[in-house]
Write a protein that binds this ligand. Structure first.
Ligand code: C5P
Length: 234
């Protein structure tokens, strides 16, 4: 690893997670004795390679200040935004005084607590000499169908389809510029790669582990707990 290049971690955690049907945002649900977000942040801190870790938190979030990890001096917070991309941009602005254009930023969902340090290293090893950057992703194994009004209209060539995971790793300057531009033009960006794609860039794909799931529905918590237990035996 080139010692002069810095790596930053950004964790958007300002979503409400409506699909969980829970009494609180999904990042604050219990998972293996801690909250989901604590599991996620501890993984990133354990990697020990970030110059700073920024978490985007909603201004109306009563749960974050109650967590012990909120007082960890290695973590900075930024106000969350309406969409995920707004939250990421807010976190990037928070480090504007210290980050330089060529620094790398790894953006990772708070709702992905099973990330392994080996996948973080894999992403960095593969991409740190890349001109664009890229993302962890998974190939699709199911047959995919295009559907309209409950009827199949097409079978989609799955050899060209990958599922986007996080972390997603891009240069600080390029990512900030791409997100600012998307916000100005009103384009929808559901991940960082799509913001770069709008700039005509082709982010790289690095095959990640299938246990890096995003907590989305209630049953995902039991699956995440299973994966965390499995990982302790590796
Ligand atoms: O809703 P979804 O699962 O796609 O959210 C992915 C991540 O983005 C979550 O960690 C969520 O907290 C975060 N997010 C955010 N600000 C928003 C919406 C989502 O930080 N406005």
């Amino acid at each position: 690893m080139n010692d002069s290049v810095k790596f930053w971690a950004v964790v958007p955690a300002a979503g409400v997670g409506q699909r969980m049907q829970a009494d609180r945002p999904k990042q604050y649900l219990d998972l293996a004795g801690k909250t989901v977000i604590e599991q996620t942040l501890e993984r990133l801190l354990q990697a020990g390679l970030f110059a700073g870790l920024m978490v985007a938190i909603s201004g109306e979030d009563p749960y974050w200040p109650m967590l012990p990890i909120a007082r960890d001096s290695r973590i900075l917070t930024a106000p969350g935004g309406t969409e995920r991309a707004d939250s990421v941009l807010s976190a990037l602005n928070r480090i504007a005084p210290t980050a330089v254009e060529s620094d790398w930023v790894l953006v990772h969902d708070a709702a992905r607590p099973c990330l392994t340090i080996s996948d973080v290293h894999l992403l960095i090893d593969r991409l740190q000499d890349d001109s664009v950057g890229g993302i962890l992703a998974l190939p699709v194994h199911d047959t995919l169908k295009g559907v309209e009004e409950g009827r199949i209209t097409a079978t989609i060539d799955r050899s060209r389809i990958w599922r986007a995971l996080t972390p997603q790793m891009f240069r600080y300057g390029a990512l900030k510029h791409a997100l600012e531009q998307a916000a100005r033009t009103g384009e929808t960006v559901t991940d960082e790669a799509s913001a770069l794609e709008l700039q005509g860039k082709k982010p790289a794909i690095v095959e990640g582990r299938p246990d890096n799931i995003k907590i989305t529905r209630p049953e995902d918590l039991a699956l995440a707990q299973f994966y965390l237990e499995q990982q302790t035996h590796e």
